[in-house]
Structures are given as C-alpha cells and as structure tokens.
Write a protein of this length. Structure first.
Length: 344
C-alpha cells in the first residue's frame, strides 16, 4: 500500500526537498501551502524532478475560516501521516510581532492535529529547531539537554513540541517525531529547487550566495570575538537533502508502529565557523566573497553542534554530504536561478 503523506509548507525551502525525497521513497504527497514565503513554481519543479505531479492545496492553516477545507482535503486524500513545516521563521520579526508568531505557528499546528485526528491518521513529523536549546548546553548537544529558546520564534518551536507531546500522552495511538534541525543549507543537486528568500536573507548561506552572484556587495560577519577557534560563530551546517532524508527516516520509524513523542537532532555532529563557511563557498563558486566584521547579532550563540547519535540509533539516519557538497549545490542553485523562482 502506498503511504500518503501531507506536507504543510511543502513548497518552501525545506518542504520542497522533503516532498521530493518522499515521492522518491514511493509515497504520495499532498502539499498544503499558502505561498506566503514560497513560490508555486517550486511545486511544478518538484513534480518535474519526481516524474509525477504532487497533489496540492493552497490554504492558510492559521486561518480559522479554512480549517474545514483543510480537514476535508486531508480526509479525501486519505492521509496516513503528516510532515508539518508550515510556519513563520524570521527571528527578528518574531521579536517585533510576537502575537502574530504565536497565533500563526501554534494555530497552524493545532489545525493540522485536528485534521489528522479527524482523518484517523495520527502520525506527525514536526520541523523543530536546535534553537530550542538556547545557549544552555555543552557541545555536542543531546536531546536530553536543557531547553529554553531566546525569542518568540524559538518558543513557538518549543511550545509546539510540548503540545505534540501532550497530544501523544493523551492518546497512545499518536506517534510524533520532533526533528530538531541544526543549520540546513545547500540545495538539490539538480539546481532546480533551493532556498529563495523573500527579502534580504537573514541566514548566512543565502546571504553568502547572493554576494557571490553579485546581488549584494558584501557579507557582514556578525562578531569575531567569540570564544571559538577563529572568533566567529560556529554552527552545524547540514545539507538540505540529508535533512530531507531524515524526514523519510522519521516517517519510516512511525510507520513501523512506534508511538509516543520523541525529539531527534538532525545535524552532522561537527561545526564550521562563519569564516570557514565563507572559505568553503569561495572554493565551490570560484567567486570572491567580500566581507566586513560587524558587531555581534543579538541572540546569537557562540557555538552549537549536534550529537547525532539518537538519529543514528533510532532512525538509522546520518548525514552523508560534506561542507563542499553543501556549497557546490547551493552555488549551482544560486547561479542557475540568480533571482530565485521568479526568474529574471
Ligand atoms: N551570520 C553572519 N552574517 C550573516 C548571517 C549570519 O555572520 O549575514 C552568522 C551568525 O552570526 C551565525 C552563523 O552565521 O554565527 C549562522 O547564522 P544563521 O542566521 O545562518 O543561522 P542561525 O544559527 O542563527 O539560525 C538558526 C536557524 C534559525 C533559528 C536560529 C535561532 O537557522 O531558524 O538558529 O537563533 F531561529
């Protein structure tokens, strides 16, 4: 029997790669997306890469008026499980508009839980984040580490994890995997899908890529006085295709009958500094990446990287791609689509 998986936020950066891996694993996919931070062209390209069209509903999960339509579509699709990625994700914006972040992110998760429950499909893989660890733990960070996010965006991730844990505790037929992503970067090897930020990129890799392609003059390196090997921030970058495969592994785990709620780190288990990432991107792109040292960014931690042992033990998953693969694939996407999906 072909498994049928709902992917909320399936047209976005991570979602598009998750959908492709799911179809390639033999599953049917229903994307639910409102395109607030994604492009319809991504859905076409997923279909083209996968060799078959994916089912699709344009809907805003946070809009109460659309809840019934979402529930009806999920039931009609015959869902077996869901990957929940829809949500707002800009840290600075979340500090300025906390109520909106809580309403949209938590409301969307609740709509999905209700719809999956009504469809009798009680399996959810949730896109959480390493941001739930704040700056409270020694590296490498394990899932039993202390949690405590430092901004409203991060708290929505933490609260949704808690809500899903409560849902699974209340009804033993629910299975939940809260995937705590470290820093997803790169793009599909084809160069056809990738990250297409709406605005000025907040994150390091899309910014570097836009400098390399000439869309921006220079990178600001946020601080070079951290207690790290070269003074710049260290993160556990993970290739988005490896990350997407982690979702397939999490669904495999749930489909084997594992129930209850479990948190799992998706990271490589090693960190790279900002300057190391810049050097790697320079090698991959053969372009100059001018940068200036700027003040530290509020809320940044000096260094964080994963202990990925649980992912290996529970899901049989570990990363395969190197920092050079991440940069080469990110660069292929950026150079073939200098203005993202909108074309030029
Ligand atoms: N950085 C720069 N210049 C930039 C952007 C980033 O020097 O223009 C540095 C940051 O200071 C940090 C590293 O590059 O040291 C990585 O920054 P990113 O913004 O790419 O990633 P973060 O680790 O800050 O972000 C992650 C997740 C977010 C999450 C956040 C919480 O990607 O979803 O952690 O802090 F919200």
């Amino acid at each position: 029997m072909t498994r049928k998986i709902v992917v909320t936020g399936g047209a976005g950066y991570i979602g598009s790669h998750v959908c492709l891996e799911l179809v390639q694993s033999g599953r049917d996919v229903l994307i639910i997306d409102d395109f607030s931070n994604a492009h319809p062209e991504a859905v076409n390209r997923i279909g083209a890469l996968a060799g078959r069209k994916v089912d699709f509903l344009r809907a805003d999960l946070a809009d109460h008026g659309q809840r019934q339509a979402v529930a009806d579509k999920i039931k009609e699709f015959g869902a077996d499980g869901a990957v929940h990625l829809a949500g707002l994700k800009a840290v600075g914006e979340s500090v300025a508009q906390p109520a909106r972040y809580y309403r949209v992110n938590i409301g969307s998760a609740l709509t999905l839980v209700d719809a999956m429950e009504a469809a009798g499909a009680k399996s959810i893989v949730f896109s959480s984040s390493a941001t739930v660890y704040g700056d409270l733990n020694q590296n490498p960070v394990t899932e039993t580490g202390r949690t405590g996010a430092t901004n409203p965006y991060g708290r929505t991730k933490l609260y949704i994890e808690e809500i899903l844990k409560d849902v699974a505790a209340a009804d033993g037929s629910w299975g939940v995997v809260n995937l705590r992503y470290f820093n997803p970067v790169g793009a599909h090897h084809s160069g056809r899908i990738g990250e297409d930020p709406n605005d000025i990129p907040n994150n390091l890799f899309p910014f570097i890529a836009q400098v390399a392609v000439g869309r921006r003059d220079e990178l600001s390196v946020f601080g070079n006085d951290y207690p790290t090997r070269d003074g710049t921030g260290v993160r556990d970058y993970i290739h988005v295709v490896d990350l997407a495969k982690g979702h397939v592994a999490a669904l495999d785990y749930l489909e084997k009958g594992n129930r209850g709620a479990t948190a799992v780190n998706l990271g490589a288990g090693r960190g790279y500094s900002v300057l190391e990432a810049v050097a790697a991107f320079k090698r991959a792109s053969n372009r100059d990446i001018p940068y200036e040292i700027a003040p530290r960014r509020d809320g940044d931690v000096a260094e964080i990287y994963a202990d990925p042992t649980r992912a290996k033990e529970l899901l049989g998953w570990s990363t395969e791609k190197t920092i050079d693969d991440m940069c080469a694939d990110h660069w292929r996407w950026q150079s073939q689509n200098p203005n993202g999906y909108a074309g030029d």
